[in-house]
Write a protein that binds this ligand. Sequence first.
Ligand code: ARG
Length: 590
Amino acid sequence: MLPHKFIEARLQAAVAAVLPGANLATVLVRPCPDAQFGDYQANALMALAKERKLNPRQLATEVLARLDVAGVCAPVTVAGAGFLNFRLLPEALNAALRAAARGEHHFFQPTAQPRTYVVDFSSPNVAKPMHIGHIRSTILGDALARLLRLLGHRVVTDNHIGDWGTQFGKLLVGWKTRLDAAALAADPIQEMERLYKTVHAAGEADPAVLEQARRELVQLQEGDAENLAIWRRMIELSQVQFDDIYSRLGVTFDHTYGESFYNSRLKSVVTELRDRGIAVESEGAMVVFSDGTRPPKEDPFLKQEAGEWKPNPALVQKSDGAANYTTTDLATLAFRWETWRPDVVLYVTDGRQQLHFQQLFAIHRRWRPEAAMQLEHVWFGSILGDDGKPYKTRSGEVVRLSDLLDEAAERAFQVVREKNPELPEAECRRIGRVVGLGAVKYADLLPNRQSDYVFSWDKMLAFNGNTIPYLLYAYARIRSIFRKAAAEAPVAAAAEPAAVAAVTPEEVALAKHLLRLDFVLAAVADDYRPNFLCAYLYELAGHFARFFENCPVLKASPAERASRLVLCDLTAGVLKQGLEILGIEVLEQM
Ligand code: ARG
């Protein structure tokens, strides 16, 4: 068991003995904010004392009298208003390292309460290129899904692609009247995008074109065989592009139901909402108004205009009878509930959809109050160019994801070749692909997801600072120690679990940082913020560098050498595991 889990269990037992019936879920052990006072801290006793009108320091003293952490912690002290501070004994630290070396834990503990998560992410639109805007959703969603799985939750990933909607009217007109077969064969997405843009422009000038598009759309909705066949073809062609990008990114989905999957359910969603009085008619459309249960500030169905709260209803059926994005999302939620009974549904999209999801969640609660799911909009900011505006190509167009990934591999190849002029070109290319892809992913996961960030090749490909070249290099350097060790003494190279002991201050600091992984993974899963893990890994590489600088490994005495090799191996394992959660591959050599 990880030492902090052991302390937590013992602390809960002591609290239960002093306060029978207390809610032990709140009795948690956290890393001490200031290492000067200890390694771990518990502050739950203060809240428990307050609830019961007890003196917190006295309660802490009584709990201490029952607390048995002998052999793991130095004598525990009460601090401040009733905090408990715990300091790990060297034997306990070393026992944790040995257990890790034997593979008994990997510095984190899977969840004790597995939950079912549906993760809705990526979700690009058919007949359009996937662009840089989709990358954040794809990378963030994938990292969260990987972590939640690793922690032992049941995770269902669903790519909610935009494969239905009014755009198909124009696309159908274009396909039937202006299709360039050769262009379609060469680059289907570009051709479909051209068709859409051409018909859109023609429609601006000539209402007859719009009328034609409307008729094609109605025919599609009514199940016309020809239009359905063309529509299916457009989805197929788009899926080829999506799959190509996903395979390059190493991202997979359990399902790609897409919006059209819910078409047959939309009518009944609107009918039910109307019958229950949740949606009402307004100017021929069906809309949802505020139910007045929330303060105006938190009510997504109100907006402030000239100092006054005005209705800001959600549309669930347009005046022409068509359903929309919200209707589809309601049907999707009902389906997800029926199919997977999730505890949590995560939606990973950009911040501009906040209002949509606030309204969606509120309507769903009113419509299906019994479906007790936690609904979370995991939103993110934009990727900006140097000019502070959304990142564009030099000619001012949106950046296609496939071009971006090509450029990443090419730039990383240049960097790698410069560093390793003796490596064969093919090897530099292979390394370049891993570094380039890792750099794009890492740059995206590193900032707090809700802030915008400025896209910079130079920054993300630098070997200094919190970057992927730096972390991959740290990993490869550890691996090279083992190659050297094996070359010097083939038998003794393997890390020997029994031998490990953190003695010098650098070894102790490194070992204690390894033991923090569990807290970091929990925080990432609680807040849906992989940037906590990025910060942790960067600090880990720093601790390792200080250790390696001050503590010789291969040149140390046999006992020290064996122990330090274990520390090296454990560090490499955590680096690799951490990067794997972020969807980033490591390299044995760089
Ligand atoms: N296709 C949408 C877009 O590109 C994102 C869909 C997000 N998921 C959802 N269930 N609404 O903006």
